[in-house]
Structures are given as structure tokens and as C-alpha cells.
Design a binder for this molecule. Structure first.
Ligand SMILES: Cc1cc2nc3c(=O)[nH]c(=O)nc-3n(C[C@H](O)[C@H](O)[C@H](O)COP(=O)(O)O)c2cc1C
Length: 317
């Protein structure tokens, strides 16, 4: 995937847009978005499919398909009044398999940053949309999941009432400070911006990312020059889904980290075996030690806080 737009700038200027103006998107931009989506990929090797819709098509299709949330206002169809005035939507579907939600988070966030670079607003929707209606309208195969969609277009000048309420409710303007998100060698030691060195900016980009209900579940441990990503899982948060929606947030973090690092000439690769290296996967660590003919005398001394789950690691190339 070749990125030809400024990442840091796009991360800093993106924020969720839920109220859209009726200004038409220029055909060149619509075409450019189509090309960008075709070229998307992700470091986790899972397939993510994108599905495009214009609101008029969507309204027509939804009204011809029986579903639970019909609305007299085509602008409101499918998002329970959360999104207003949007004329274009994109959905992303995956097969349910390990690392697919992270892959989806990565690709769709790259797209959302690209939209921001084109001055187009968007909003991740993982919960407040009529999933069944969109699956039918987008003709998505039964065995695939549609974890998220986004509207896109030019932002209206003002936020609508419900939008302002929602932003206040989740504290959408705020982000957790470094010391709650990033750690050095163990989870008792906060990583400072000074000790993060040239990874300071990429980590700051992770910190500024969007997340479901702005819960910011990403936790990163810097150890031996590698970044290990964990999910601080909010208990019960994903109960309404057949998957862990916060894994999408981790994919978003991966995109912000990798794309902003690359912009600064720093390259790396993602791997999913850091738990073995950190001694968190005791079975695997024991197996490796047995194979090497040595006894596993030392248990991992890394204390993992409650609700933390290892997800992936990023190693410098
Ligand atoms: C995976 C994911 C799912 C989300 N689902 C919804 C949603 O269903 N409805 C909604 O209004 N916002 C949703 N959001 C938007 C977040 O609430 C928003 O990103 C967060 O509050 C931070 O605000 P910002 O995007 O303006 O920086 C979602 C964000 C993510 C990353």
C-alpha cells in the first residue's frame, strides 16, 4: 500500500463528523477514493472487503427489503438519527477469524485518514447502525460480518443536537495521558516521551486515534526496542456483539503507528508471537525451553494488569 498523503496532519485534523452538508463530492474525489480502497491492504494478512453505497440507492433498497427500522426520512435510514445528511456510505466486511477485526481497523482507518486529507468528514459506526438493513442493502454474503460502516462527505457547518450530546457523553475531545497508555519494560513504569526517542511521534499518533465510545483500549509496552500492543478490555463492552469490537480499535492503533512511523522513515513489521517472548504464553514458553533441552526455571516476571490481553507486537526492521 503506497500512501501519498500526509499522515500526521490527517490524524490531527480528523474528528468524527455526524452532520453532513448537501455539497456534492467532486467526481474526481469519488474516483480517487475508489482507487484508494482497491489498493488497501493490511499487515495481518486478512481479507477486508469494502462495500460502497450512495444514500439514495440505500434508501431505495432498504425500503424494498423488510427490516426493523424503516424511516420516513431517507437521510436517517440505517443510523437511528445519529448521522444526518450523509449521501455516501462505505462498509467493511470480514470473515470471522483471528486478527480480522484488527485488519479491518487498520484498512478502514487508513481510508478515514485519506478522506480527512481530501477534506471529507467521516464517522466510524460500529454500533449505531441498522446492521441487518445495511448487510442486505450492500448484498454482503451471509457468512461475512459487517462490523463497521462510515458515512462520508462534506461536514455541515454545525454539529446536530444529538451529535453534540454524544460527544459530551463520551468526552470525544479528550484522550488519556501518556502514562496511562504507554509503558517501559513493565506495566509499573510509564514510558516518557523522552525515553520513547524517535517512536514518540508514532505513539502520539496512536494516542490521538478514534476508538469505540472513546474508550482508548490500546496499551503499549516498549521492551527491548519492540512495541507490544495490549487491549485493556472494557468488561461487558462487547457483550452486544458476537466479537470483540475493541479489537478494531487495536487495528486503528496499528495503522496510526505504522503509517506515521513510515512517514518519518522508520519501518517495522507486525507479529503476533510477542506473548511467547514476553513469557506470557506459558505453554509455548515451556515448549520452547524443553526443546532447547533446558529447564524453564524462570517464570515471566511481567505482571499483566487485569483485563489486559496481548494482541500483537511491532518490531523495527
Ligand atoms: C470501532 C469504532 C466504533 C464506533 N462506533 C460508533 C457508533 O456506533 N456510533 C457513533 O456515533 N460513533 C461511533 N464511533 C465514534 C467514536 O465515538 C469516536 O471516534 C470517539 O468518541 C472519539 O471522537 P473523535 O472520533 O471525534 O475523535 C466509533 C468509533 C470506533 C473506532
Amino acid at each position: 500500500m503506497i500512501i501519498e498523503f500526509p499522515i500526521e496532519d490527517s490524524v490531527r485534523k480528523r474528528s468524527s463528523v455526524r452532520n453532513f452538508s448537501d455539497r456534492q463530492i467532486e467526481p474526481e474525489k469519488v474516483e480517487a477514493i475508489g482507487r484508494f480502497v482497491k489498493a488497501l491492504d493490511n499487515p495481518f494478512g486478512k481479507e477486508v472487503r469494502f462495500h460502497f453505497f450512495a444514500a439514495d440507492d440505500l434508501a431505495a433498497q432498504l425500503s424494498s427489503v423488510p427490516h426493523d427500522a424503516p424511516s420516513a426520512n431517507p437521510q436517517r435510514i440505517g443510523t437511528y438519527g445519529v448521522i444526518k445528511g450523509a449521501s455516501h456510505f462505505i462498509g467493511a466486511s470480514i470473515k470471522k477469524e483471528p486478527m480480522a477485526l484488527e485488519a479491518l481497523g487498520y484498512e478502514m482507518e487508513a481510508l478515514i485518514l485519506y478522506l480527512a486529507s481530501l477534506e471529507l468528514g467521516s464517522c466510524w459506526l460500529g454500533g449505531t447502525f441498522d446492521r441487518k438493513g445495511f448487510v442486505e442493502a450492500m448484498e454482503i454474503d451471509e457468512e461475512r460480518l459487517l462490523p463497521a460502516i462510515t458515512p462520508y462527505g462534506y461536514a455541515a457547518q454545525r454539529k446536530h443536537f444529538k451529535e453534540s450530546m454524544m460527544r459530551r457523553l463520551v468526552g470525544a475531545e479528550k484522550r488519556k495521558p501518556w502514562q496511562q497508555l504507554f509503558f517501559h519494560n513493565d506495566f509499573d513504569t510509564a514510558l516518557t516521551e523522552q525515553s520513547a526517542g524517535e517512536l514518540t511521534l508514532p505513539l502520539e499518533m496512536v494516542r490521538l486515534g478514534p476508538s469505540a465510545s472513546n474508550k482508548q483500549p490500546w496499551r503499549v509496552l516498549l521492551k527491548d526496542e519492540e512495541l507490544h500492543f495490549f487491549e485493556d478490555k472494557s468488561p461487558g463492552y462487547s457483550a452486544a456483539f458476537s466479537y470483540d469490537i475493541q479489537r478494531i480499535d487495536l487495528g486503528i492503533a496499528a495503522a496510526h503507528l505504522e503509517l506515521s512511523a513510515r512517514e518519518r522513515g522508520i519501518t517495522g513489521r507486525f507479529e503476533t508471537d510477542g506473548d511467547v517472548e514476553l513469557g506470557l504464553d506459558e505453554e509455548a514458553a515451556k515448549g520452547a525451553a524443553d526443546e532447547a533441552g533446558s529447564k524453564l526455571t524462570e517464570k515471566s516476571n511481567l505482571r499483566l494488569p487485569d483485563h489486559y490481553e496481548y494482541v500483537f507486537s511491532w518490531r523495527r526492521k
